[in-house]
Write a protein that binds this ligand. Structure first.
Ligand code: ZN
Length: 555
């Protein structure tokens, strides 16, 4: 699963039509505006910390990643390679811009504009089955076809790692990735093995060797397990993972690659915070009987810096965090791992959140917005998802918060993680575990990030959860609307207000009360006029970033 737009939480590209671009058909006249929505930024790797042999490992992995990029291009649409070749020949200003936009989107459809085509004479709308199925295949034809298959064949046809094509007679057939994309997967596997020979890290070696084998066999299980067990400075994630691109059935996995380096400093912070989780649970603003006296183990979190991406990881809005693998069998046996891309989040912070804070916050508050509280809050948000009520008893029956809150669960749970995250930070500051210098800036930074998150609307869980928190804190006098339309924090009130909201949300979860959750959201999860006024002024600020990588020779 990927988390793109909202930094944490499920990514979703809803409501982007609210941005200051006009929608046109065919060749866009508004190319410059379209391009500017993603600000081009440099993402540097800190390869200096690596031994010479490990630097060579990174370069091999980048080379292999570029091959996976070629596969992804074909997975989006079979016509992509030809179209890109033609675009690269057009050296006019318009041609250059079109090529850039093509690269942003990995195809001729704009992902920020509901997949509207920006180049004429391409399939429109964007084919739902992307390049995974024949363009003329209907869902009915596919479903009739798989009914006639053996169980094993059906598993392959509906599996992650095959494409559907037609044979000479026009009959549907399933072709495994290892065969369909062998021109790229064979050399990529070889590069992974060469990298495996160069590294001295045994867990990395194991992952690379097993992943190379998977590229040839389509059996990803062993290498998924090896990825879960990776304990290496170089942390690559390469292969077919997400099924978003297959909008027809969500069966087929798209290729991508993240080459990253583990952040040792943040890994230490995480360890430190994790060791205090039970203590925080015991102090939650919640009736004693609802508290969990013995917390279970959290799934692992890695904090890394990204030095190269390709394929699905390199199109549209930049991924800020991901949770993998998606294979249920591996998750059952080994759990899943959350990877936070720290330098990506820092770049989003600098290029999107800081400009937003300059519009939304009072002059005095602007200087209090900082990356350290921002990122620490993200880590706390992730950790405190594991705190508070999950398994509950309602009317003497064992149930879960998720079951009881149904469609409202995500908005409430995300709001819980934010607000309880602030509560937890405040506690850790009081214990000198988090630096005192964050005691004010964490609230101001959260205030600024509220505007970033609701900018995309409140039709979706995270926007809703943020609007709820923002308005609640305004009503408690913790967030203050200034006469000039900007906002600031009242530090004499914010601590208590955060605790009050945390108590309300945690209690609703403990009681499993759908009615109370609904009432809370109906009252607060709105965009009120004072917030709308600020949002209207954010049109010129980029939506997101588009990284390029000097480590891979890009400029
Ligand atoms: Zn979350």
């Amino acid at each position: 699963m990927k988390f793109r737009l909202l930094i944490w939480g499920c990514w979703s590209l809803f409501n982007l039509s609210s941005f200051a671009t006009t929608h046109s058909k065919g060749l866009s006249k508004d190319l410059p505006q379209k391009l500017q929505r993603l600000k081009r930024v440099k993402l540097d790797g800190h390869l200096d910390s690596l031994k010479e042999s490990e630097k060579k490992v990174v370069l091999k992995l980048i080379e292999a990643s570029k091959l996976l990029d070629q596969i992804y291009l074909r997975q989006v649409w079979e016509g992509n390679p030809n179209l890109e070749e033609n675009l690269s020949k057009d050296k006019t200003k318009q041609g250059t811009m079109l090529h850039l936009l093509f690269k942003q989107n990995a195809g001729p459809w704009s992902r920020l504009d509901h997949d509207e085509a920006f180049i004429p004479n391409v399939p429109a709308p964007k084919p739902k089955g992307a390049g995974f199925y024949p363009l003329d295949m209907t869902t009915a034809e596919f479903e009739t076809w798989i009914k006639g298959l053996s169980e094993k064949e059906r598993a392959s046809a509906t599996g992650f790692f095959s494409v559907i094509r037609r044979d000479q007679n026009g009959k549907l057939i399933s072709i495994p990735y290892s065969e369909a994309y062998q021109d790229f997967l064979q050399p990529a596997a070889k590069l992974l093995e060469e990298a495996a020979n160069l590294t001295v890290d045994s867990s990395l070696k194991k992952y690379l060797v097993s992943r190379a084998a998977a590229f040839r066999s389509d059996n990803y299980y062993d290498s998924d397990v090896a990825w879960m067990e990776l304990d290496s400075k170089i942390e690559p994630t390469m292969g077919p993972y997400e099924t978003y691109e297959d909008a027809l059935f969500n069966y087929k996995a798209a290729f991508e690659s993240f080459i990253t380096l583990r952040s040792d400093q943040e890994t230490e912070s995480l360890k430190k915070f994790s060791s205090h989780l039970q203590e925080i649970e015991d102090r939650l603003p919640l009736e004693e009987k609802y508290k969990n006296k013995k917390l279970g183990a959290n799934s692992p979190i890695r904090v890394v810096d990204q030095i190269f991406t390709s394929g699905e990881a390199r199109r549209g809005v930049a991924t800020a965090a991901f949770n993998l693998p998606n294979d249920e069998k591996v998750i059952r046996e080994k759990g899943s791992k959350r990877v936070m891309l720290k330098n990506v989040q820092q770049s989003k912070f600098e290029n999107v959140l800081i400009p937003i804070s300059k519009v939304a916050l009072s002059q005095k508050s602007q200087s209090e917005v900082a990356f350290e509280p921002f990122f620490t809050h993200i880590l706390m948000h992730e950790l405190v998802h594991g705190l508070g009520p999950h398994q509950i008893t309602k009317s003497e029956k064992e149930t879960t918060v998720r079951m009881e809150l149904k469609d409202l669960y995500s908005a409430i749970e995300e709001a819980k993680a934010d607000i309880t995250g602030l509560f937890a930070m405040n506690y850790l500051i009081s214990k000198n575990i988090i630096d005192k210098s964050l005691s004010k800036s964490m609230y101001t930074t959260f205030l600024a990030s509220c505007f970033r998150s609701v900018r995309f609307g409140i039709n979706e869980a995270h926007g809703k959860g943020i609007a709820l928190q923002f308005n609640y804190l305004v009503d408690q006098g913790a967030f203050v609307a200034e006469p000039d339309g900007t906002f600031s924090v009242d530090f004499s009130k914010v601590e208590k207000a955060v605790e009050n909201l945390a108590r309300e949300i945690l209690t609703i979860q403990a009681e499993g009360s759908y009615e109370k959750a609904k009432a809370l959201l109906e009252r607060y999860a709105l965009i009120r006029p004072s917030m709308k006024q600020v949002l209207d002024k954010l049109n010129r600020i980029p939506v997101d970033i588009q990284p390029y990588y000097p480590t891979a020779g890009e400029s």
